[in-house]
Design a protein around this ligand. Structure first.
Ligand SMILES: [Zn+2]
Length: 93
């Protein structure tokens, strides 16, 4: 296991990386107000809250807090923040 992991790490350094526009959307867990992050590639130059809810509303999401355990549709939560970022993609398959 260990030698294989080391080899994969070395290989990842010579891969070419492609960047893709993406958004991280932060929802509020309706049970205990935890933050739930969702990331999605999206070519839009900007993303409004309405557009984000259209994109993510039907997604089944789970609260990341193990003591909470809430899960349900994103549309049941409150949208807190939309953060654009560059998603780095490996060119290799
Ligand atoms: Zn929660």
């Amino acid at each position: 296991m260990v030698p294989q992991t080391r080899r994969q790490n070395r290989m990842s350094k010579v891969l070419r990386w492609n960047m893709s526009k993406a958004y991280r959307v932060v929802f509020e867990c309706p049970k205990s107000r935890h933050n739930i992050n969702l990331q999605r590639k999206c070519a839009n130059a900007s993303l409004s809250e309405t557009e984000a809810m259209q994109m993510f509303g039907d997604e089944e999401i789970s609260c990341t807090n193990p003591n909470c355990g809430w899960h349900g549709k994103a549309s049941a939560t409150k949208l807190l923040r939309i953060l654009p970022f560059n998603w780095i993609l490996s060119a290799a398959t």
